[in-house]
Design a protein around this ligand. Sequence first.
Ligand code: SAM
Ligand code: SF4
Length: 438
Amino acid sequence: MKPSPRTFHVKSFGCQMNVYDGDRMTELLEAEGLKAAADAETADLVVLNTCHIREKAAEKVYSDIGRLVKRETGRAPMIAVAGCVAQAEGAEIPRRAPAVDIVVGPQAYHNLPALVREAAAGRTALDTDMPALSKFGALPARRRQAPGAFLTVQEGCDKFCTYCVVPYTRGAELSRPFTAIVDEAKALVDAGAREITLLGQNVNAWREDGRGLDELIRALDAIPGLARIRYTTSHPNDMTEGLIRAHAEVEKLMPYLHLPVQSGSDRVLRAMNRSHSADSYLRILERVRAARPDIAISGDFIVGFPGETEAEFEETLRIVEAVNYAQAFSFKYSARPGTPAAGMADQVPLAVMDERLQRLQALLNAQQLAFNQASVGRRTQVLIERVGRKPGQMLGKSPWLQSVHLETDAAIGDLVEVELLAAGPNSLAGAALVREAA
Ligand code: SAM
Ligand code: SF4
């Protein structure tokens, strides 16, 4: 039996929604009187907040559990597996890894303190219920924010892309109430946030009484002290005219759009059940760029979906060329248990996927570098997020979500006027502009 923990460590894998959930679990455990430990090596309780989106991500949890069992301290911590692997595998986890004390799904983590007490009493504690959004009301108030904060506004997904586990691990699409979101945004700003990124698996599907994400963004725009608003991840089918207009009209809404297309082949898109075509995706981006010409476009791609031919993969290269991405995330298809695509014929060999991914990433990397290079000479604002490695150096983000390093005596959370001087593939160098005396 493991004693009641006094210290804890939360380790989040995967998407930004997991980062948000990890922050909320931290606040919850602190409200119970537990103290954050420096690392997993010394903590009495370790929460592994897992990701199930691809096989590699899901298997990481078992290697982490193995490491925790053999800690140098010679004493295994209480181990909680949270997140999407917990939801997908449930009671199978302690069967496969008996050192696990708690299994808690993404919709049930507000019950973590009770589960910790159950585990301290010597029972394996399991909660993978999916009550509709009840966890948010049961979580403590937001506190201590970095300049950039995440705020989950929408959870789950009803789109059922044939490769994806999200509809099974995160449940049906649900929007949090407008007032709860605005109140949480105000609390985040009061706690130090200057930029809020609204999160959802399909964030632009957020709805309440006929209102869409654009109206939520306009409400946040009115919060004094909030300087920047972002949102991610969007689905092409939920890119409404109102949201596109918000990019032209709301100054605090940053010129950046993450809009995954997954493939450039209409046959593959149909087999993926994406319900948009390559052409309809390009038409949406035309409208977005007409509204906000300098917008940075980012996306997600899957190579090697079952049955993908060389010619179909080349259509993906063509759409990348047509869009000209500022940033992108690309993955080898990973068969996920229980999804329709996992049972499809013609699974693509790993070596073919590897080779296609390399070609795609070479193109995307070149586009990212070109986008950064085209920013050189721009005068813009950088939100300072942390201290850099060199003395006097600070790191922050441009409106286009580029990392910028500069020498300045500005503090974390300041917005600094900057000229962008030089560009690399992953970051830019900037110089703080001295303001003229009024
Ligand atoms: N809702 C978002 C959308 O529709 O674009 C994406 C959510 S998902 C967490 C993030 C990305 O993971 C997807 O856009 C997709 O590119 C990738 N992904 C999802 N399932 C995958 C799988 N089985 N194999 C490889 N990549 C996958
Ligand atoms: Fe997964 Fe996104 Fe498709 Fe939903 S829309 S099933 S989250 S890839």
